[in-house]
Write a protein that binds this ligand. Structure first.
Ligand code: ATP
Length: 294
Protein backbone atom coordinates (compact mmCIF):
# COMPACT_ATOMS: atom_id res chain seq x y z
CA UNK A 1 0.00 0.00 0.00
CA UNK A 2 1.46 3.41 -0.96
CA UNK A 3 -1.46 5.75 -0.32
CA UNK A 4 -4.13 6.23 2.28
CA UNK A 5 -7.00 8.65 2.92
CA UNK A 6 -8.10 9.48 6.45
CA UNK A 7 -10.15 11.99 8.43
CA UNK A 8 -8.85 14.46 11.00
CA UNK A 9 -11.55 15.54 13.49
CA UNK A 10 -11.77 19.02 15.03
CA UNK A 11 -11.88 19.45 18.80
CA UNK A 12 -13.70 21.74 21.17
CA UNK A 13 -12.79 22.69 24.75
CA UNK A 14 -15.59 21.97 27.20
CA UNK A 15 -13.37 23.78 29.73
CA UNK A 16 -10.12 25.72 29.48
CA UNK A 17 -8.34 26.77 32.66
CA UNK A 18 -4.85 28.23 33.15
CA UNK A 19 -3.29 27.29 36.48
CA UNK A 20 -0.05 29.30 36.30
CA UNK A 21 2.76 30.68 34.14
CA UNK A 22 5.60 28.14 34.37
CA UNK A 23 9.29 28.83 34.75
CA UNK A 24 9.94 27.35 31.26
CA UNK A 25 7.71 30.02 29.69
CA UNK A 26 4.73 27.73 29.02
CA UNK A 27 1.44 27.92 30.89
CA UNK A 28 0.15 25.07 33.04
CA UNK A 29 -3.25 24.17 31.57
CA UNK A 30 -6.24 22.12 32.66
CA UNK A 31 -8.74 21.46 29.85
CA UNK A 32 -11.54 19.05 29.05
CA UNK A 33 -11.34 18.30 25.34
CA UNK A 34 -13.90 16.70 23.01
CA UNK A 35 -13.51 15.52 19.39
CA UNK A 36 -16.31 16.43 17.00
CA UNK A 37 -17.42 15.10 13.63
CA UNK A 38 -16.24 18.10 11.57
CA UNK A 39 -13.15 16.71 9.81
CA UNK A 40 -10.35 17.67 7.43
CA UNK A 41 -9.74 14.98 4.79
CA UNK A 42 -6.13 13.93 4.31
CA UNK A 43 -4.52 11.82 1.62
CA UNK A 44 -1.00 10.47 2.09
CA UNK A 45 0.78 9.42 -1.09
CA UNK A 46 4.23 7.80 -1.01
CA UNK A 47 4.34 7.32 -4.79
CA UNK A 48 4.69 11.01 -5.61
CA UNK A 49 8.29 12.31 -6.06
CA UNK A 50 9.20 15.82 -4.78
CA UNK A 51 10.17 15.37 -1.11
CA UNK A 52 7.88 15.64 1.89
CA UNK A 53 5.36 18.39 1.24
CA UNK A 54 1.72 19.40 1.62
CA UNK A 55 -0.85 20.84 -0.75
CA UNK A 56 -4.17 22.36 0.27
CA UNK A 57 -5.13 24.74 -2.50
CA UNK A 58 -5.18 27.49 0.18
CA UNK A 59 -2.70 30.30 -0.44
CA UNK A 60 -2.45 31.25 3.24
CA UNK A 61 -1.37 27.75 4.37
CA UNK A 62 2.31 26.77 4.08
CA UNK A 63 3.28 23.61 2.18
CA UNK A 64 6.69 23.11 3.78
CA UNK A 65 7.71 22.06 7.28
CA UNK A 66 5.84 24.95 8.84
CA UNK A 67 2.69 23.05 7.90
CA UNK A 68 1.99 20.91 10.98
CA UNK A 69 1.14 17.93 8.75
CA UNK A 70 4.63 18.04 7.16
CA UNK A 71 6.25 18.63 10.58
CA UNK A 72 4.48 15.48 11.84
CA UNK A 73 5.72 13.42 8.87
CA UNK A 74 9.31 14.58 9.52
CA UNK A 75 9.00 13.79 13.25
CA UNK A 76 7.60 10.33 12.44
CA UNK A 77 10.37 9.56 9.96
CA UNK A 78 13.03 10.61 12.46
CA UNK A 79 11.47 8.64 15.35
CA UNK A 80 11.14 5.45 13.29
CA UNK A 81 14.44 5.75 11.36
CA UNK A 82 12.56 5.68 8.04
CA UNK A 83 14.52 6.08 4.80
CA UNK A 84 11.65 7.23 2.59
CA UNK A 85 12.15 10.61 0.86
CA UNK A 86 8.89 11.42 -0.92
CA UNK A 87 5.46 11.98 0.60
CA UNK A 88 2.65 14.15 -0.75
CA UNK A 89 0.12 15.18 1.92
CA UNK A 90 -3.06 16.49 0.30
CA UNK A 91 -5.21 18.45 2.74
CA UNK A 92 -8.86 19.11 2.09
CA UNK A 93 -9.52 21.68 4.81
CA UNK A 94 -13.00 21.86 6.32
CA UNK A 95 -12.05 22.81 9.89
CA UNK A 96 -11.76 26.61 10.10
CA UNK A 97 -8.14 27.81 10.31
CA UNK A 98 -6.90 29.72 13.39
CA UNK A 99 -10.18 29.06 15.11
CA UNK A 100 -9.44 27.27 18.41
CA UNK A 101 -10.61 23.95 16.98
CA UNK A 102 -7.16 22.33 16.49
CA UNK A 103 -7.35 21.97 12.70
CA UNK A 104 -3.57 21.96 12.22
CA UNK A 105 -2.91 19.71 15.24
CA UNK A 106 -5.53 17.26 14.07
CA UNK A 107 -3.99 17.13 10.58
CA UNK A 108 -0.62 16.38 12.24
CA UNK A 109 -2.17 13.63 14.36
CA UNK A 110 -3.85 12.07 11.31
CA UNK A 111 -0.50 12.04 9.48
CA UNK A 112 1.08 10.19 12.43
CA UNK A 113 -1.76 7.62 12.48
CA UNK A 114 -1.66 7.22 8.70
CA UNK A 115 2.13 6.83 8.46
CA UNK A 116 2.02 4.28 11.27
CA UNK A 117 -0.36 2.24 9.11
CA UNK A 118 1.35 2.83 5.73
CA UNK A 119 4.87 2.01 6.96
CA UNK A 120 3.75 -0.90 9.17
CA UNK A 121 5.66 0.66 12.09
CA UNK A 122 3.08 -0.71 14.52
CA UNK A 123 3.54 2.04 17.15
CA UNK A 124 0.99 2.30 19.96
CA UNK A 125 -1.28 5.39 20.12
CA UNK A 126 0.73 6.45 23.21
CA UNK A 127 4.02 6.26 21.25
CA UNK A 128 2.46 8.29 18.40
CA UNK A 129 1.21 10.86 20.91
CA UNK A 130 4.74 11.17 22.28
CA UNK A 131 6.13 11.82 18.79
CA UNK A 132 3.40 14.44 18.35
CA UNK A 133 4.47 16.35 21.47
CA UNK A 134 7.34 18.03 19.63
CA UNK A 135 5.02 19.04 16.76
CA UNK A 136 2.44 20.90 18.87
CA UNK A 137 0.87 20.94 22.32
CA UNK A 138 -2.56 19.76 21.08
CA UNK A 139 -1.18 16.97 18.85
CA UNK A 140 -0.98 14.26 21.57
CA UNK A 141 -4.65 14.86 22.40
CA UNK A 142 -5.59 14.76 18.71
CA UNK A 143 -3.82 11.38 18.32
CA UNK A 144 -5.92 9.85 21.10
CA UNK A 145 -9.07 11.95 20.57
CA UNK A 146 -12.61 11.44 22.01
CA UNK A 147 -13.08 12.94 25.51
CA UNK A 148 -10.05 13.66 27.71
CA UNK A 149 -8.64 15.83 30.47
CA UNK A 150 -5.49 17.54 29.16
CA UNK A 151 -2.99 18.93 31.64
CA UNK A 152 0.55 20.30 31.57
CA UNK A 153 1.01 22.02 28.18
CA UNK A 154 -1.83 19.78 27.01
CA UNK A 155 0.25 16.60 26.67
CA UNK A 156 -0.72 14.89 29.95
CA UNK A 157 -3.91 13.10 29.00
CA UNK A 158 -6.51 11.26 31.07
CA UNK A 159 -9.40 9.62 29.18
CA UNK A 160 -12.86 10.69 30.40
CA UNK A 161 -16.35 9.22 29.90
CA UNK A 162 -17.82 10.44 26.58
CA UNK A 163 -19.96 13.53 26.22
CA UNK A 164 -23.57 12.22 26.09
CA UNK A 165 -25.02 12.14 22.55
CA UNK A 166 -25.95 15.67 21.44
CA UNK A 167 -25.65 18.16 18.57
CA UNK A 168 -22.92 20.77 18.61
CA UNK A 169 -23.17 24.00 16.63
CA UNK A 170 -19.86 25.76 15.88
CA UNK A 171 -19.74 29.40 14.77
CA UNK A 172 -16.56 31.31 13.97
CA UNK A 173 -16.85 35.04 14.74
CA UNK A 174 -15.60 37.56 12.18
CA UNK A 175 -12.47 38.63 14.11
CA UNK A 176 -9.18 36.74 14.58
CA UNK A 177 -7.21 36.14 17.75
CA UNK A 178 -3.49 35.67 18.34
CA UNK A 179 -2.75 32.84 20.80
CA UNK A 180 0.45 34.48 22.22
CA UNK A 181 -1.47 37.75 22.71
CA UNK A 182 -4.20 35.89 24.61
CA UNK A 183 -1.64 34.36 26.97
CA UNK A 184 -0.07 37.80 27.50
CA UNK A 185 -3.52 39.23 28.26
CA UNK A 186 -4.11 36.40 30.76
CA UNK A 187 -0.73 37.10 32.43
CA UNK A 188 -1.81 40.71 32.87
CA UNK A 189 -5.44 40.22 33.89
CA UNK A 190 -5.27 36.88 35.83
CA UNK A 191 -9.07 36.55 35.67
CA UNK A 192 -10.61 35.41 38.97
CA UNK A 193 -13.45 33.41 37.41
CA UNK A 194 -12.45 29.79 36.78
CA UNK A 195 -14.17 26.69 35.39
CA UNK A 196 -15.69 24.05 37.66
CA UNK A 197 -13.64 21.31 35.98
CA UNK A 198 -14.44 18.66 38.61
CA UNK A 199 -18.16 19.43 38.39
CA UNK A 200 -18.04 19.08 34.61
CA UNK A 201 -16.18 15.76 34.89
CA UNK A 202 -18.81 14.56 37.36
CA UNK A 203 -21.47 15.52 34.79
CA UNK A 204 -19.66 13.34 32.21
CA UNK A 205 -19.45 10.46 34.70
CA UNK A 206 -23.20 10.71 35.32
CA UNK A 207 -24.00 11.05 31.59
CA UNK A 208 -25.76 14.33 32.45
CA UNK A 209 -25.61 16.59 29.37
CA UNK A 210 -27.32 19.50 31.15
CA UNK A 211 -24.81 19.44 34.02
CA UNK A 212 -21.95 19.47 31.50
CA UNK A 213 -23.52 22.24 29.40
CA UNK A 214 -24.02 24.43 32.48
CA UNK A 215 -20.27 24.20 33.26
CA UNK A 216 -18.77 25.08 29.84
CA UNK A 217 -16.13 27.69 30.60
CA UNK A 218 -13.06 29.17 28.91
CA UNK A 219 -10.82 31.60 30.86
CA UNK A 220 -9.69 33.20 27.58
CA UNK A 221 -13.18 34.70 27.16
CA UNK A 222 -12.27 36.96 30.08
CA UNK A 223 -9.16 38.31 28.32
CA UNK A 224 -10.93 39.48 25.13
CA UNK A 225 -11.28 43.14 24.21
CA UNK A 226 -14.75 44.61 24.91
CA UNK A 227 -15.64 44.50 21.18
CA UNK A 228 -14.56 40.86 20.81
CA UNK A 229 -16.33 39.92 24.05
CA UNK A 230 -19.57 41.51 22.77
CA UNK A 231 -19.42 39.45 19.56
CA UNK A 232 -18.71 36.20 21.44
CA UNK A 233 -21.53 36.95 23.92
CA UNK A 234 -23.94 37.76 21.09
CA UNK A 235 -23.28 34.35 19.47
CA UNK A 236 -23.64 32.59 22.84
CA UNK A 237 -26.96 34.34 23.47
CA UNK A 238 -28.18 33.42 19.96
CA UNK A 239 -27.26 29.77 20.58
CA UNK A 240 -28.98 29.66 23.98
CA UNK A 241 -32.08 31.43 22.65
CA UNK A 242 -32.24 28.81 19.89
CA UNK A 243 -32.26 26.08 22.56
CA UNK A 244 -28.60 25.35 23.44
CA UNK A 245 -28.16 23.98 26.97
CA UNK A 246 -24.89 25.94 27.24
CA UNK A 247 -22.32 27.74 25.06
CA UNK A 248 -18.67 28.81 25.26
CA UNK A 249 -15.63 29.79 23.20
CA UNK A 250 -13.33 26.91 22.22
CA UNK A 251 -9.57 26.88 22.87
CA UNK A 252 -7.73 30.03 21.93
CA UNK A 253 -10.81 31.04 19.96
CA UNK A 254 -12.57 32.68 18.48
CA UNK A 255 -14.95 29.79 17.55
CA UNK A 256 -18.01 29.64 19.80
CA UNK A 257 -20.04 26.44 20.23
CA UNK A 258 -23.36 25.44 21.77
CA UNK A 259 -24.55 22.01 22.98
CA UNK A 260 -28.08 20.97 22.00
CA UNK A 261 -30.19 17.96 23.02
CA UNK A 262 -32.58 18.53 20.08
CA UNK A 263 -31.42 18.25 16.46
CA UNK A 264 -34.17 20.56 15.14
CA UNK A 265 -33.14 23.36 17.51
CA UNK A 266 -29.49 22.92 16.50
CA UNK A 267 -30.41 23.11 12.81
CA UNK A 268 -32.47 26.26 13.46
CA UNK A 269 -29.46 27.81 15.21
CA UNK A 270 -27.28 27.00 12.18
CA UNK A 271 -29.80 28.63 9.82
CA UNK A 272 -30.01 31.74 11.99
CA UNK A 273 -26.25 32.16 12.50
CA UNK A 274 -25.52 31.59 8.78
CA UNK A 275 -27.34 34.87 8.09
CA UNK A 276 -24.44 36.70 9.80
CA UNK A 277 -21.44 34.31 9.78
CA UNK A 278 -19.87 32.39 6.86
CA UNK A 279 -18.40 29.59 9.00
CA UNK A 280 -21.15 27.76 10.91
CA UNK A 281 -21.21 23.96 11.31
CA UNK A 282 -23.55 21.34 12.76
CA UNK A 283 -21.50 18.53 14.32
CA UNK A 284 -21.78 15.58 16.73
CA UNK A 285 -19.38 14.45 19.46
CA UNK A 286 -17.06 11.55 18.65
CA UNK A 287 -17.29 9.09 21.55
CA UNK A 288 -14.79 6.47 20.29
CA UNK A 289 -12.14 6.22 17.54
CA UNK A 290 -14.50 3.92 15.57
CA UNK A 291 -16.91 6.86 15.21
CA UNK A 292 -14.44 8.99 13.17
CA UNK A 293 -16.16 9.44 9.80
CA UNK A 294 -14.46 7.56 6.91
P1 ATP B 1 -5.65 25.26 18.40
O1 ATP B 1 -7.08 25.00 18.67
O2 ATP B 1 -4.78 24.02 18.56
O3 ATP B 1 -5.11 26.48 19.10
P2 ATP B 1 -6.22 26.66 15.94
O4 ATP B 1 -7.52 26.11 15.46
O5 ATP B 1 -6.30 27.94 16.72
O6 ATP B 1 -5.50 25.55 16.82
P3 ATP B 1 -4.95 26.03 13.48
O7 ATP B 1 -5.99 26.24 12.45
O8 ATP B 1 -4.67 24.64 13.90
O9 ATP B 1 -5.28 26.94 14.76
O10 ATP B 1 -3.58 26.65 12.96
C1 ATP B 1 -3.10 27.86 13.34
C2 ATP B 1 -1.79 28.20 12.63
O11 ATP B 1 -1.07 27.03 12.22
C3 ATP B 1 -1.98 29.03 11.40
O12 ATP B 1 -1.07 30.07 11.48
C4 ATP B 1 -1.66 28.13 10.24
O13 ATP B 1 -1.02 28.82 9.19
C5 ATP B 1 -0.71 27.13 10.84
N1 ATP B 1 -0.83 25.78 10.24
C6 ATP B 1 0.18 24.96 9.97
N2 ATP B 1 -0.26 23.80 9.46
C7 ATP B 1 -1.60 23.88 9.40
C8 ATP B 1 -2.61 22.99 8.95
N3 ATP B 1 -2.32 21.78 8.45
N4 ATP B 1 -3.91 23.39 9.06
C9 ATP B 1 -4.20 24.60 9.60
N5 ATP B 1 -3.28 25.48 10.02
C10 ATP B 1 -1.99 25.14 9.93
Amino acid sequence: MTSLTLQAPAKINLTLDILRHREDGYHELCMVMQSVSLCDRIRLDFGSPGGIRAESGLRFLPNDKSNLAVAAALAFRQATGGRWQDLLISLQKRIPVCAGTAGGSSDAAAVLRGLNQLTGAGLSPQALAQIGEAVGSDVPYCVLGTTALAQGRGEKLTPLPPLPPCWIVLCKPLFSLSTPALYRAWDKARPKLRPDTQGLIQGLEQGDLTAVAQRLFNVFEHTLSPRQRREVEAIKVALVQAGALGAAMSGSGPTVFGLFDQEVAAQDAVTLLKESYPEVFLTRPIASPEEIPV
